[in-house]
Design a protein around this ligand. Structure first.
Ligand SMILES: Cc1ncc(COP(=O)(O)O)c(C=O)c1O
Length: 426
């Protein structure tokens, strides 16, 4: 068959874009070459509905081993007893947990999307807000920190079945013990969605959610630096407390409910090529190199936050404990949308984001979110963060001046030449 130059030319253009720009989108990263190589393999041809050793298709002897490797390595990373590596994405991981634990109409309590939560934590535009009765907690206006008192009050009043913690745009660590305490009081389960900080948790640089949360979900492509995908985990298995029983009248174990929720609940055949790539990335996370990487992520985030604070940017909560920061641009007289558009013209990619108590819509927003997971993979260190803050500031202060933006773009392109990305790809 003739090579599809149309598609491969576009892929090359994307490689060039990733190489020449500064990637500050907090949910992105650059996988290793071997992670990508595992994805582009014959494993994509294999149907393997079911789980290792219990498949609905023949010929799964090899993919059983790659999937088992991914499971075993993931268990080792987080010191846990249960892992499901099949969810196609973070949203699928969360949907599976909901399907396993909840019935339609059940109450859930999550962080408001406009305060940093995720769509799958009960947003009205998402299945989680349509199928379940979703309620929300927020952050304290003055401090930008999770409003645990509000969470506790809501939990006591509403008695939700599931309390969801974790966020897409929250730069501080979580008090999982406090959430578990009120959950036990009201008979709720706790799900932590660690999609963003999972890599830092893996290296014990943040609080351990597994000590306190019944079920933990994550994506694999943010700080974990693996292929795009989702995972579901538990430190210890337990009997589902909500009374669903098997045909002998015994309460079902949560592990079997979660496995059934992923397949056949919401997915069909697993993406075994992606699962093999997950296994490769989990192997990398177990290495000392990755420990150094995770530590550098924290150092870079601290340095970048300080550089912005020095320029009088208002970081929500005043700083960061993890890899990201959310900046309220209202004192800089520029919307998140305009900031995003101006930055991208200079090949600095970041995303607009609502800030807590925002007076603009989700399409415009008053904030911008920056993360350092990707630039740390490129090899940047603390002293490179000043360059980034300087260039971002120059663009935001001159967002209507195309000459200035173009001159910053050239500086950005030149700067990025020293941080080589995928040299093997030519
Ligand atoms: C906290 C959180 N959960 C879940 C997801 C969903 O992940 P995916 O995009 O892989 O479905 C995201 C993605 O941004 C996220 O930030």
């Amino acid at each position: 068959m003739e090579r599809d130059t149309q598609v491969f030319n576009l892929i090359n253009q994307e490689l060039h874009r990733q190489r020449s720009g500064i990637e500050l989108i907090a949910s992105e990263n650059f996988t290793s070459l071997q992670v990508m190589q595992a994805m582009g393999t014959v494993l994509t041809n294999k149907y393997a509905e079911g789980y290792p050793g219990k498949r609905y298709y023949a010929g799964c002897e090899i993919v059983d081993q790659t999937e088992q490797l991914a499971i075993d390595r993931l268990k080792e990373i987080f010191n846990i007893g249960y892992a499901n590596v099949q969810p196609h994405s973070g949203a699928q991981a969360n949907a599976s947990v909901h399907l396993a634990v909840l019935k339609p109409g059940d109450r859930i309590l999550g962080l408001d999307l406009s305060m940093g939560g995720h769509l799958t934590h009960g947003s009205p535009v998402n299945y989680s807000g349509k199928l379940y009765e979703a309620h929300f907690y927020g952050v304290v206006k003055e401090t930008g920190l999770i409003d645990y008192e509000m969470l506790e009050k809501q939990a006591r009043e509403l008695k939700p079945k599931l309390i969801i913690c974790g966020a897409s745009a929250y730069s501080r660590d979580w008090d999982y013990a406090r959430i578990r305490k009120v959950a036990d009081e009201v008979g709720a389960l706790v799900m932590a969605d660690i999609a963003h900080p999972a890599g830092l948790i893996a290296k014990k640089l943040l609080n351990d959610p597994f000590d306190h949360c019944h079920i933990v979900t994550s994506t694999t492509h943010k700080t974990l630096r693996g292929p795009r995908g989702g995972i579901i985990m538990m430190r210890n298995d337990f009997e589902n407390p909500f009374g669903q029983t098997d045909n002998k009248g015994n309460l079902k174990m949560m592990s079997s409910l979660l496995d059934l929720a992923v397949f056949p609940g919401i997915q069909g055949g697993p993406l075994e090529h992606v699962i093999a790539a997950k296994a490769v990335s989990f192997g990398e996370i177990l290495s000392e190199d990755y420990t150094v990487y995770a530590q550098q992520v924290l150092k870079n985030a601290q340095a970048l936050a300080k550089a912005f604070v020095d320029k009088e940017y208002n970081i929500i909560s005043g700083g960061t404990d993890n890899h990201l920061m959310l900046i309220d641009l209202r004192n800089k007289n520029i919307s998140g949308k305009k900031a995003e558009q101006a930055l991208v013209k200079a090949e600095i990619t970041a995303n607009k984001n609502m800030v807590p108590f925002d007076d603009r819509t989700a399409f415009v927003t008053s904030g911008v979110r920056f993360g350092v997971a990707a630039i740390t993979t490129r090899g940047m260190k603390e002293n490179d963060m000043q360059f980034i803050a300087d260039k971002v500031d120059r663009i935001l202060m001159n967002s209507d001046d195309d000459n200035i933006i173009q001159s910053v773009r050239k500086e950005v392109n030149q700067f990025m030449e020293q941080f080589v990305l995928y040299p093997e790809l030519g």
